[in-house]
Design a protein around this ligand. Structure first.
Ligand SMILES: [Zn+2]
Length: 381
């Protein structure tokens, strides 16, 4: 008789099934369970490595006592990740100060690991919220430390006429944007004044003179040049000991001529009300790039301090340096006077940055090419 009890058959199947699951559990499930980590003396704490984007919750990496971190679910991972936080990679950029006013200089830099083919043609451009390009400057090499770490740096000046609003510093190549960095330009008010000119000064300002035009072109050729030389990274110092000022940076001046007509112009520097013969000294180390008499500015000296950064000294009674001289900060450049367009003895002191006139006071408050400041401002964007 054929034994065909379904009860016995079912119980046999159940036993077999239990045996199968027990075997499966021992072989496959148990080995996958993370072992308990026993932190012994001197053992480093375990670290968690959460993986994302692989269709499930993150999985915990684990490590034995002091052993390397291993992710059991990741067959691709062969070498352990570093125990210290991963170093930040990639080029770093800086544009500072991030808050500034019209007329003030700002420093732009990027780390040298970003320098490659074509990078020497990069330039920094200040762009307002309406997309207008207000100022630009070329980059130059700047060595940060004795180990030879270098950055590319550029000095810009916010034009005196710039609106107060959020703006962009764009690092760009000939036809592509490399990086946009934010800066906030605040609103700034300037003084307005009317100055009556006598016959001599009216003539200096109004008489058409090809020589005057030639002198202006010659000066522009100097001031618009960005050389490679760094003569000074220090704070600028006042060019005279007197603190009496008769004119301020950015003043709006209405010149009244002898014939009753008038013309408005913007004052591009600081006027110190010093008597004739006061010592005028270099505001920082630099190279004399102009030392001569000019029609409008009288006896004039121009120093180059940094790539694209110049200081100018006008209306001198005498000049004590020659073109090509390398001078230290504080060196006597000449004596004050009233040569050129001047209503009395004074020193007109001016700073130019990539051709743009810039507020001299800002250069006495902040060194525009300070190594530590650049290092602390460079960051990943
Ligand atoms: Zn002046």
């Amino acid at each position: 008789m054929k034994y065909n009890s379904p009860l016995i058959h079912t119980s046999q199947k159940k036993i077999l099934l239990k045996f199968f699951w027990l075997t499966f559990f021992c072989l496959f499930i148990l080995p996958l369970s993370p072992p308990r980590i026993i932190a012994g003396a001197g053992a480093e704490p375990s670290r968690e490595n959460t993986r994302q984007g692989e269709g499930g919750s993150g999985t915990a990496a684990f490590r034995g006592n002091g052993g390397p971190a291993i992710d059991p679910y990741d067959p691709v991972q062969i070498s352990p990740p570093p125990l210290s936080p991963a170093p930040e990679k990639g080029p770093r950029f800086a544009a500072f100060p991030e808050n500034l006013l019209p007329g003030e200089p700002l420093t732009v830099a990027y780390s040298d690991d970003f320098s490659g083919p074509g990078s020497k043609d990069f330039r920094a451009v200040l762009i307002d919220s309406g997309g207008r390009r207000l100022a630009k400057a070329a980059f130059f090499d700047f060595t940060l430390d004795e180990a030879g770490q270098t950055v590319k740096a550029a000095i810009l000046s916010v034009p005196r006429s710039a609106p107060g609003e959020p703006m962009t510093i764009r690092i760009e190549a000939a036809n592509r944007v490399i990086k946009d960095l934010p800066v906030l330009v605040g609103k700034r008010a300037f003084i307005s004044e009317t100055i009556a000119l006598d016959e001599k000064n009216t003539e200096i300002r109004t008489a058409p003179d090809p020589k005057k035009t030639g002198e202006a072109e010659q000066l522009w050729a100097i001031l618009s040049r960005t050389g490679p030389d760094i003569f000074s990274g220090a704070l600028f110092t006042p060019p005279v000991t007197s603190t009496r000022r008769t004119g301020f940076f950015g003043d709006r001046r209405v010149f009244q001529y002898v014939d009753g007509s008038s013309e408005t112009s913007i004052h591009t520097g600081i006027d110190y009300g010093v008597p004739k013969g006061a010592a005028v000294r270099a505001c920082a180390s630099g190279k004399v790039v102009l030392a001569r008499s000019r029609i409008v500015t009288g006896n004039s000296v121009v120093l180059e301090h940094l790539p694209g950064v110049y200081s100018l000294y006008y209306h001198l009674d005498s000049i004590e340096v020659s073109k090509g001289d390398i001078v230290d900060a504080g060196v006597l450049l000449g004596l004050s006077g009233a040569t050129g367009l001047a209503t009395g003895p004074h020193l007109h002191w001016e700073i130019r940055v990539s051709g743009e006139y810039s507020d001299p006071d800002a250069f006495m408050r902040r060194a525009v090419l300070d190594k530590d400041e650049i290092l602390s401002n460079l960051k990943l964007y």
